[in-house]
Every structure is written in C-alpha cells, then in structure tokens.
Design a protein around this ligand. Structure first.
Ligand SMILES: Nc1nc2c(ncn2[C@@H]2O[C@H](COP(=O)(O)OP(=O)(O)O)[C@@H](O)[C@H]2O)c(=O)[nH]1
Ligand SMILES: [Mg+2]
Length: 413
C-alpha cells in the first residue's frame, strides 16, 4: 500500500500557494500545461561513428528492439546515405534516435558534417567506436563541444573482446582486467589527442544488462533537464528492477500534480464535470503501459521471450492491473478514500477546502492515494513480469538514484 507520508512538506506548501493565489480555472490550466510539458517533452539523440561500429544495433538496443523487428534500424549494411535516419522509440515516440552517416572518410570535415546532419536538432551526441578512438572521433567531439552541445564516448562490442580473450587465454582470463585494459586504452588515446578527462562507456548491445550500458543511461538521465529526464526515464527498458524503480520515481514525483489537476478540473462548471474519473482512467492506463503490464506489452514480451502470455499475465496480481472501466475506477477511488481521514484533516487545516473537494464522492485525497498506490503496485507487477520473462537474466540489483528534481509550480518556462 502506498505511503501517504510521501506527500512532503514542500509539496503541501507548493499546493497551498498555488491554490490560494489563483482562481480555480487558472490553477487547472497551469497544472494541465505543466503536465503536458512532461507528456510532450521531446528528446533527440544523435548516434554517430564509423560505418560498422554498431550505431544501428545500438539504436535498436536503446529502443528495446532486436535487429529483426519491423521498426528496427537495418544493421550489418554498408552505409550509402548522407542523410540522418530517424527512429522513434516504439512506446515513447517523442524520444527519437538518429542514425547518422558514417564519419570514416579521409576527407572528413566535422563542421560540414554537423551542418549537413543539422546539429541544432539534437539534445546530445553518442560517438561510438568498436575499435580505438581515432582522429575523426576527436575532431568531431571538439566541433560538437565548440557548438555548445554535449557528447558521450561509447566503445561497443565488448562481448566480442571478452570472448576473444577467453578463447586466447583460457583459464588465465580475468574479465575485469580485460575491461580495465580497454578502458585505459580508450582514455589514453583520447587524452593524447587532446580530450581532457574523457569518460568512456564500454557496452555490448547484445548484453545490455552487462558492462556500462546502464551507467550510460543513468549518466544521460542525470544530465538532462527535468522534462526531458522524465520522458527519458519512462523510455528506459524494464529489464532490470533498478530501471523500474526509476520509472516509479519519475511518475511519483508528479503524482500530486496529476491528482490535483484531475480533482480540480472536476469541480469546474461545464463539460469538465466527471473528467476526474476519465483523467484517472487514462492516467492508470498509461501507468500500465509504463510498467509493461498492459495487454500489448505482455503480448510483445511473450513473443520476444517465448514465455506464454498466460504465464506472464498471471504475474500481474495488483488490483490496478486489470482492464479498466469507468465503474472499476470509481470503485477503486471509493476504496482509496476509505481510511484516509487523517490526510483530509491535515490538508483542510493547511489548504482550506482542498481536503473536501468532492465530486460524486471523490476528493483530491482519494485521487492522490489511488495514483500513488497504483504506481507502487504496478511497479511490483512489472518486476514480477520481467522476472518471469527473463528468469536468470533479470537483474534485481537496485541502484538508487536521486529523485528527479521537481520543477515546482513557479517555473512555467
Ligand atoms: N558482438 C557484437 N556485435 C555487434 C555489436 N553491435 C553491433 N554488432 C555487429 O556489428 C555489425 C555492424 O553493426 P551496425 O549496427 O550495422 O553498424 P553501423 O554501420 O555503425 O550501423 C553487425 O554485424 C552487428 O551485428 C555488439 O555489441 N556486439
Ligand atoms: Mg547502420
């Protein structure tokens, strides 16, 4: 069950100032505008490197796809195009990965290249190599930096390196030593070429749960601003419980805004009446998708992993994982309202009228409690589903990450 103590002092204060300083319709408009920013935030990630370095494979792995799916970027093909190709994330189309033309030609000119691929379009660049970093990588990184954008160095196909060493060295083999050697080599190469204190992520697109793939994603998330970070975190694949936790944190950080928006909209006159149930139903449906427990996600996962749909479905045991109807949400909301008297009391004391805004027996407290419980319980469902699907491959280590910063109510930029 959700712990309502999570409604922090700061959140109550923000809520109080917002509600007291504005007329209701303005509050609703501001809240909805703010939530829309989270929903519609775009993220454009450019992936560049030499032909054959693994750009297209990386783009597929990042989007949670294999190489052979309908929406996958073609891999193992020689690049002929000079244009960037765009690949939206299958579930979060505002997160787009761009497959950039190869940079290997001897007459490579970074500035012209960046103009041609339209540098301004991207939030940041991933520069991939499957061998040593060369002059072109460094020239490109310097140009990207001089034009005010960020880049990250990635060394791909680490699984191949490990396998080669294992074959060559037999029992004398230490994976940690091989990784350290590759890392040192990459860093030295870049330092010699004039890149100060480079950070290099070692990855395998065939074993994304190993090496630095998760670290790369965490680093990218931590360097994005709050709206972009929100959509980025939701787009992370669910193959480890640590990623599911991050999605949970991202959704929890805006849950009181979502609840407030739904319950205030319902007390305005006109066509918005009862939109709280509708909004809550839509929100709960989106939560099911975020945690991969809706019909479509389960079906896709079943096809991908060869586990039966029924087996995966049976892992979804929370009351929020069912098919949602208007009546069902109303019922859940009524249940949520029971036993939350203390919070109603607290809010009434602090924010007059908020605790008992009632529309058809529904209040902010019940909406908040419903959404918070749903996030917690669907996240647990999501973990059980992934564990059943991936079995030994499922990573249960839970790294902690600072809660995404809440932009608050007074920054409507
Ligand atoms: N072992 C291994 N092979 C990879 C990895 N990433 C890509 N490849 C292979 O490298 C080849 C080139 O990959 P591709 O993504 O088409 O490279 P691109 O030309 O940069 O887009 C393909 O045969 C991929 O299967 C990886 O992480 N590990
Ligand atoms: Mg390619």
């Amino acid at each position: 069950m959700a712990n309502l103590q999570t409604l922090s002092e700061r959140e109550v204060q923000e809520m109080s100032s917002l509600v007291q300083s504005n007329v209701m319709s303005e509050v609703v408009a501001q809240l909805q505008g703010l939530l829309d920013k989270f929903r519609t935030a775009t993220l454009d990630i450019a992936v560049t490197g030499e032909s054959g370095s693994g750009k297209s494979t990386f783009i597929n792995a990042f989007r949670g796809l294999g190489d052979e799916e309908a929406e996958s970027a073609p891999t193992g093909v020689t690049e002929t195009t000079k244009q960037a190709s765009v690949y939206p994330h299958p579930s979060y189309p505002t997160v787009r990965l761009w497959d950039l033309p190869g940079i290997g030609t001897p007459d490579f000119h970074p500035q012209l290249y960046l103009e041609k691929v339209n540098l301004e379009r991207y939030d940041f660049f991933i520069i991939i190599t499957s061998e040593r970093f060369k002059e072109n990588h460094v020239l490109l990184a310097q140009s990207i930096k001089s034009m005010g954008k960020k880049f990250y160095f990635v060394r791909s196909k680490i699984d191949s390196d490990i396998n080669c060493c294992m074959l060559r060295r037999g029992n004398n083999f230490s994976e940690a030593d091989v990784l350290q050697k590759i890392r040192d080599d990459c860093v030295n190469c870049l330092e010699e070429a004039g890149v100060g204190r480079p950070k290099v992520f070692l990855i395998s697109c065939f074993e994304v749960h190993k090496f630095d793939f998760a670290k790369l994603q965490e680093t990218l998330a931590s360097e994005l601003d709050s709206h972009k970070r929100h959509v980025f975190l939701l787009a992370l694949p669910s193959f480890s419980s640590s990623y599911i936790e991050k999605k949970k944190q991202a959704l929890s950080s805006i849950v009181w805004k979502t609840a407030l928006s739904a319950c205030l909209a319902a007390v305005l006159p006109g066509p918005l009446v009862n939109c709280n149930i509708q909004t809550l139903m839509e929100t709960l449906t989106s939560y099911q998708q975020h945690f991969g427990v809706d019909h479509n996600s389960l079906f896709k996962l079943s096809t991908k992993t060869g586990r039966s749909y029924q087996e995966l479905r049976s892992q979804v045991t929370s009351s929020y994982g069912v098919e949602l109807s208007y009546q069902r949400v109303e019922e859940l909301l009524k249940q949520a309202a029971v036993g939350q008297r203390w919070l109603v009391g607290m809010l009434e004391g602090r924010i007059p009228f908020l605790g008992n805004i009632v529309n058809g027996g529904v209040s902010f407290v019940a909406s908040y409690y419903l959404l918070k419980s749903a996030i917690d319980e669907l996240a647990e469902d999501g973990k059980r589903v992934m564990k059943a699907a991936l079995q030994d491959e499922y990573d249960t280590t839970e790294t902690t990450m600072d809660e995404p910063e809440d932009p608050g109510f007074f920054y409507f930029d």
